[in-house]
Design a protein around this ligand. Structure first.
Ligand SMILES: *[C@@H]1O[C@H](CO)[C@@H](O)[C@H](O)[C@H]1NC(C)=O
Ligand SMILES: *[C@@H]1O[C@H](CO)[C@@H](O)[C@H](O)[C@H]1NC(C)=O
Ligand SMILES: *[C@@H]1O[C@H](CO)[C@@H](O)[C@H](O)[C@H]1NC(C)=O
Ligand SMILES: *[C@@H]1O[C@H](CO)[C@@H](O)[C@H](O)[C@H]1NC(C)=O
Ligand SMILES: *[C@@H]1O[C@H](CO)[C@@H](O)[C@H](O)[C@H]1NC(C)=O
Ligand SMILES: *[C@@H]1O[C@H](CO)[C@@H](O)[C@H](O)[C@H]1NC(C)=O
Ligand SMILES: *[C@@H]1O[C@H](CO)[C@@H](O)[C@H](O)[C@H]1NC(C)=O
Length: 502
């Protein structure tokens, strides 16, 4: 008989009952109350895990085995039976007559299908036939993708070029998958991944991304991050960008001493090769195109913080006369690329040139000495000038002659005044030349004037050096300044006292 048992749910129960009624069976007396229960409708399991298929029977039945079949009809396959070996399958309760639940270890995508628990009846003439079976359990296997693999170009590229990388992962189910790309920690935009069916119930995917490489990417890496329902964690594939980057060096060749070189001196030529990657680089030296013998340890390699390399190589040359004009070449071969050469020429100073150079040097030294002397002299001169100026100002303040000095009333001394000072007026000292004069006295006074005109007659006291005049009789008005009165005689001495207005 051909029954299609894929009726879900409630009809699953009805089917065995129907069979009971319809089929008379070999032993019609037994099997009336036999029941087979396959409770699972659908089961999803992750690849590699263990699948449990439940089946229980109850009631009496004719002799005959209980088996698990995958698929129905001509397509069926016995997964577990009373005879034979089934390495991945084990019964949940060994030897039980009622519980025929089985475990299938290490489930694979191939295990996808519908499984039936079947009770067979032994036939009298040998052989078996289906007596009862469950409604079937549909098993789906979630397969997680394989570890993502990132691949790049097969040859190294220079900075500035754009490069395509791809990320592949396969063998996953279901079809839905998410892919993200990162350069270090920065996300990069990429197109939707291409998903293709690889096997039945198994998919492969490929995602590509285009990146413009930079010199600083030697230390960077690409990450392809895959997210899938069958994998509890994010899957990552990484790619170190230094695998695909080639940074060519900058080269500089020069003699360590300034050219021209002195005759018979030794000179070092240095080839400075900077900022290259990968490290694979060789230097050779040529003298006028001929290979030079160089000691092995004449180079120094170092790595920069950006992951680039730097190499210095040097040769020592004796600056003999016949080497004048020789060309020294540093030949650099980087990462199996075409060699690059850089040259410099050795110039040896002729003896007269050398003499000139020495003279020039001497002149330079003399110039320095002269300059120092000049500067020192200038400083000294300035110092002397400053001192003289200070002395002079002090003298002017002190006893310049002739001069006038105003006294505050309380400071005025009796010696310098002829009369007492009842009016508490300001006094002025008039300091005249210490010349003996004919003594005459004349005071011109004006109410309006700010000026007093004093003509000396006789020294008012014993001090012959000074001529004093009292100014207390002078009334100072606020009238505008008038021209000072003219001296009356050539011998007269005048003093003009100006009082600042308050
Ligand atoms: C399936 O069988 C196992 C072992 O007998 C049992 O522990 C589990 O509860 C059963 N599951 C269902 C859904 O009947
Ligand atoms: C299983 O397949 C065999 C032959 O391949 C067939 O004879 C048998 O009837 C099938 N059983 C069922 C239950 O479909
Ligand atoms: C699909 O992925 C699997 C597992 O990663 C791999 O073995 C297989 O070669 C891939 N097939 C194709 C066509 O890419
Ligand atoms: C330089 O060296 C050569 C031989 O080594 C010698 O003949 C010559 O005098 C030297 N010249 C000077 C300026 O030292
Ligand atoms: C370089 O090698 C030579 C001999 O091979 C040795 O005499 C010299 O000391 C070495 N120099 C350095 C800096 O290692
Ligand atoms: C140096 O390079 C130039 C081209 O740049 C080439 O013509 C020349 O032959 C090279 N010299 C050597 C010594 O390799
Ligand atoms: C080296 O060559 C330069 C240029 O030809 C010349 O000026 C100089 O005098 C030469 N030196 C010697 C030591 O001959």
């Amino acid at each position: 008989m051909e029954l299609h048992p894929r009726d879900p749910g409630r009809t699953a129960w009805a089917l065995p009952c129907l069979l009971l009624l319809v089929l008379p069976g070999a032993g019609a007396q037994t099997g009336q109350d036999f029941k087979l229960h396959q409770p699972q409708d659908k089961v999803s399991v992750r690849a590699g895990e263990t699948l449990t298929l439940n089946c229980t029977v109850s009631g009496d039945s004719d002799p005959g085995p209980v088996k698990w079949l995958k698929g129905w009809g001509s397509d069926n396959k016995t997964i577990y039976g009373d005879t034979g070996t089934y390495p991945r399958v084990a019964r949940a309760v060994n030897e039980s007559n009622t519980d025929f639940t089985i475990h299938i270890r290490n489930v694979q995508p191939e295990d996808i299908g519908t499984y039936y628990c079947v009770k067979f009846q032994n036939l009298l003439g040998g052989g078996i036939r289906v007596f009862k079976h469950g409604s079937g359990t549909e098993v789906s296997v979630q397969a997680k993708p394989s570890q993502p693999l990132v691949s790049g170009p097969t040859q190294r590229v220079a900075p500035g070029q754009s490069v395509t990388f791809s990320c592949t992962a396969g063998g996953f189910f279901p079809k839905d998958i998410g892919v993200k790309w990162f350069k270090d920690t920065n996300p990069i935009t990429s197109q939707m991944p291409q998903v293709t069916e690889w096997q039945r119930q198994s998919y492969n995917m490929s995602s590509t991304v285009t990146v413009v490489l930079g010199e600083g990417d030697v230390l960077s890496r690409l990450t392809c991050e895959v997210q899938h329902s069958a994998s509890p964690t994010l899957l990552q594939g990484t790619y170190q960008l230094n695998k695909v980057l080639r940074v060519s060096p900058r080269v500089d060749v020069r003699a360590e001493q300034r050219s021209p070189i002195q005759l018979n001196k030794t000179v070092n030529f240095t080839c400075h090769v900077k900022g290259f990657y990968p490290r694979d680089l060789s230097i050779s030296w040529l003298e006028n195109g001929m290979k030079m013998e160089v000691e092995k340890n004449n180079s120094w390699l170092s790595e920069s913080s950006k992951g680039l390399w730097e190499l210095r190589s040097w040769v020592e040359v004796q600056a003999t006369e016949e080497k004048n004009g020789s060309v020294f070449t540093c030949l650099v071969v980087h990462d199996a690329q075409a060699p690059i050469n850089y040259s410099t020429t050795l110039w040896i100073a002729s003896p007269d040139e050398e003499g000139l150079r020495k003279k020039f040097q001497m002149d330079n030294e003399n110039l320095v000495i002269y300059s120092v002397v000049a500067v020192v002299c200038l400083i000294l001169a300035l110092l002397v000038a400053a001192i003289l100026y200070l002395i002079r100002t002090k003298q002017i303040k002190g006893k310049s002659s002739p001069s006038a000095r105003l006294h505050e009333p309380e400071k005025s001394s009796e010696a310098t005044t002829q009369e007492s000072d009842p009016n508490n007026l300001t006094y002025a000292d008039l300091n005249f030349d210490k010349e003996r004069k004919t003594i005459r006295r004349m005071v011109e006074m004006s109410q309006q004037s700010e000026y007093a005109c004093i003509q000396t007659s006789q020294a008012p006291n014993g001090d012959e050096n000074l001529t004093y005049a009292d100014l207390d009789m002078v009334h100072l008005s606020k009238a505008p300044k008038r021209p000072a009165p003219r001296p009356e005689e050539a011998t007269s001495e005048y003093a003009s006292v100006q009082i600042p207005r308050k």
